[in-house]
Design a protein around this ligand. Structure first.
Ligand code: ADP
Ligand code: MG
Length: 725
């Protein structure tokens, strides 16, 4: 482990000393202790006011742990601030207890006063679910009752729910039906430093709501630094800063750049395991599911091969699409020390989730290759994609900090110190500057915010990006030429889908195939349906071909859905056919929810007669009604160009199309080493011209081969209309 040594003092104090005064009363909302101090012994006889039963043993065990959290000592100070001020900014190191404790205090407050709910937003679904479960345990109640969560397509709350963890996107969605957020007495925006798109918009909204609802309390929570910016934005809100209880972390850089960061990362894990004495778990940051699963297998194999004298490792993957039960594994203990004294280690291989959202106790070693998948948007070619990019210095510091939670730790950065100093930007750009805004603009319009240019964004998006969003919404018919929300647009906004999907779903009723488009839309809204394990690629591909439809991947998805239903939703059938049971099942749930929204608007669910030759044609036409702006044209040279934007693209290797259609509609533009279009369907130019005449107004078209083709077809169509053909 060569490299220069430096010590990083994460919180700037380097000290572990802190005020020892602790709250002695029973904890948070669960104890119902209000403010009186009680001895724990007598408290043990207390009844949980929510369940009417005595507290469980688990409650008391967790309570002991909670009392050691840094925020615990700041109860009085925080509550005083909240009582006096409408908005408070709270900053504290990851793991200090912000997300789990503060909301419980606010539930207490809210129960005393107006009895409205407390909302606590999270940028990630995983965090919302996992934290809600933890807090339900802490309060000794059943998840979904007093404490619940709400994420897109999954609502785990009830009438009783007083504390609701939710994704920031869900709260934004709720605001459309409840513009003053009247069901809430307190809104906590957690992880505000992440500056997700939805959090940024929520901040702007809350700032407007504040004036109309003086009773609403707002808490902005964050793990890092830039509190001043948030304070200023919220009219000089007071700041409570909770000193971290972090230990120093020693930082190592590599002397030379690493050619292959995954190789380097795996090597480093094995070296740490062999060379570092005593226990101490390892946290490795990688960028995505495939990479993580693969690395876990390799690390496990390499360590197992080292022989019985070497301590055991338990490799645990962590990423957002992992099923919740498997995510909980990160809280399992490390393998025991062997009789020969060789310590066992837990190795968590995670995406950015472990950077701030989830705290994993026991981590002493962090390996940071310096990359993360980040969203980028290019308004010129209208492409949003997830790209593996270098992280910012702020991210790197957060990552390093994960090593110092339990004792002094080490962070191995797989890049040079020079790269850190000169090439990495200070902070990650807020997502609003890196996103396609069509969905957000539609929601804002629905919220009645018409003047987007003067909306109080913390960082205003680029005008070109806003314009692109307005333009697309206009083509989709969601906004009229004056930028006013149309009836169609208002309906589209009610679906928790991107505008193109919601338009397609609504329009499918005109093509007599809304049942089919519902199924396709649902499966497009869940994680990958087809499974392709590294060691069974061939079998998986063969299995997929059994579902393939000649017209393309959308209808292939439909075939999967139908087969799933015909096989009685059997998990074994899914397994045998390399279909992700979890995804299709999830998709089926999504389908139910979308159907209910359709019913609410009186949108009929219909199908064309299966034996009719129009059955598939209608589906393909409906696809165009939403995705007319995502079509590629096969040029004479043999490659595809995206229509209007003229980007060279290739059909993604995963496509089941066995031919190269002249016109191909795609669901997604994937940027990797090449530009790929994924989930593709063969369509006809006549349909494009008929279904989206505004978009295919050839007078406003750049000169290109596609235009010449379309002109020919248009002329032919006109002649047909005049009865000449
Ligand atoms: P913060 O929001 O300040 O980063 P949290 O409130 O999320 O901190 O976490 C505080 C502590 O609670 C963590 O250090 C961890 O020990 C514990 N904790 C949180 N979630 C869980 C969980 N699901 N299982 C076990 N412990 C947890
Ligand atoms: Mg937190």
């Amino acid at each position: 482990m060569s490299g220069r040594k430096r010590t990083l003092d994460i919180d700037g104090t380097g000290s572990e000393s802190r005020v020892k005064a602790r709250r002695e009363e029973v904890g948070g909302g669960g104890g119902g202790g209000g403010g009186e101090a009680k001895k724990v012994d007598t408290a043990k006889m207390q009844i949980n006011k929510y369940t009417g039963r005595p507290f469980s043993q688990k409650f008391w065990t967790i309570l002991e742990k909670r009392k050691g959290l840094p925020v615990w000592d700041y109860y009085t100070k925080f509550m005083e601030l909240v009582k006096v001020h409408q908005c408070v900014v709270l900053v504290g190191e990851t793991g200090s207890g912000k997300t789990t404790q503060i909301p419980q205090w606010l539930v207490e407050l809210s129960q005393q006063n107006q009895k409205r709910r407390v909302a606590c937003t999270q940028p990630r679904r995983v965090a919302a679910m996992s934290v809600a479960q933890r807090v339900a345990d802490e309060m000794d109640v059943t998840l979904g009752q007093e404490v619940g969560y709400s994420i897109r397509f999954e609502d785990c709350t009830s009438g009783k729910t007083a504390l609701k963890y939710m994704t920031d996107g869900m709260l934004l969605r709720e605001a459309m039906g409840d513009p003053l957020l009247e069901q809430y007495g307190v809104v906590i925006l957690d992880e505000a430093h992440e500056r997700t798109l939805a959090t940024d918009i929520l901040m702007g909204l809350l700032k407007e709501i504040m004036g109309n609802r003086e009773d609403l309390k707002i808490v902005i929570m964050s793990a890092t630094l830039d509190a001043g910016k948030f304070q200023a934005y919220f009219n000089d809100a007071p700041l409570l800063s909770i000193p971290g209880r972090t230990h120093p972390v020693e930082i190592f850089f590599t002397p030379e750049p690493e050619r292959d960061y995954i190789e380097a990362a795996i090597r480093t894990v094995v070296q740490i395991h062999l060379c570092e004495e005593g226990a101490g778990d390892i946290l490795l940051f990688l960028t995505g599911q495939e990479e993580i699963e693969e690395s876990c297998k390799r690390i496990q194999r390499e360590v197992d091969n080292l022989g019985p004298e070497v301590g055991s490792v338990k490799c645990i993957p962590l990423y957002s699409t992992l099923p919740p039960a498997l995510q909980q594994r990160i809280f399992e203990p490390a393998p025991p020390t062997k009789p020969n004294g060789a310590a066992g280690r837990k190795v968590v291989v995670s995406t950015n989730i472990a950077e701030t959202s989830l705290t994993i106790d026991g981590v002493v070693f962090v390996i940071d290759p310096g990359f993360a998948k980040q969203k980028v948007y290019n308004p010129r070619i209208r492409v949003e994609s997830l790209l593996v990019s270098a992280v910012s210095k702020a991210s790197a510091q957060q990552r390093a900090g994960r090593a110092g939670r339990t004792r002094p730790g080490k962070c191995f950065r797989l890049y040079t110190e020079k790269a850190y100093q000169n090439e990495m930007q200070d902070n990650t750009y807020p997502e609003i500057l890196r996103s396609n805004l069509s969905s957000v603009v539609l929601q804002l319009k629905k919220l009645g915010i018409d003047d987007l240019v003067h909306f109080d964004f913390m960082d205003p998006p680029a005008p070109e990006t806003l314009m692109r969003a307005l333009e697309l919404l206009n083509y989709l018919g969601a906004l009229d030429d004056d930028g006013e929300l149309t009836q169609l647009g208002a309906m589209m906004a009610e679906f928790p889908l991107d505008p193109q999907l919601s338009k397609m779903l609504i329009a499918s009723t005109d093509y007599n195939c809304s049942n089919e488009i519902l199924s396709i839309t649902s499966l497009l809204s869940v994680p990958q349906v087809f499974i392709r394990p590294g060691d069974k690629k061939k079998e998986a591909d063969e299995a997929k071909m059994r579902f393939a439809h000649i017209d393309g991947d959308h209808i292939t998805l439909l075939n999967v859905y139908h087969a799933y239903k015909q096989n009685n939703e059997d998990p074994q059938w899914c397994y045998d056919n390399f279909i992700s049971y979890r995804s299709v099942k999830l998709g089926d749930g999504v389908r139910d929810q979308l159907s209910r929204i359709m019913d609410r608007f009186g949108l009929r669910r219909t199908s064309t007669e299966f034996t009719s030759r129009d059955y598939y044609i209608n589906i393909r036409k409906a696809l165009i009604s939403g995705f007319f702006s995502q079509i590629g044209h096969l040029e004479r040279s043999g490659h595809y160009l995206t229509v209007k934007d003229n980007q060279v693209v290739q059909l993604h290797p995963s496509t089941c199309l066995d031919h190269k259609p002249e016109w191909v509609l795609y669901n997604e533009f994937v940027l990797t080493s090449k530009n790929y279009i994924r989930t593709c369907t063969d369509i006809k130019a006549e349909w494009m011209l008929r279904i989206a005449p505004q978009y295919y107004d050839l007078a406003n078209f750049p000169q290109c081969e596609a235009k010449r083709q379309l002109e020919k077809i248009k002329n032919k169509l006109e002649l047909q209309n005049q009865g000449i053909f």
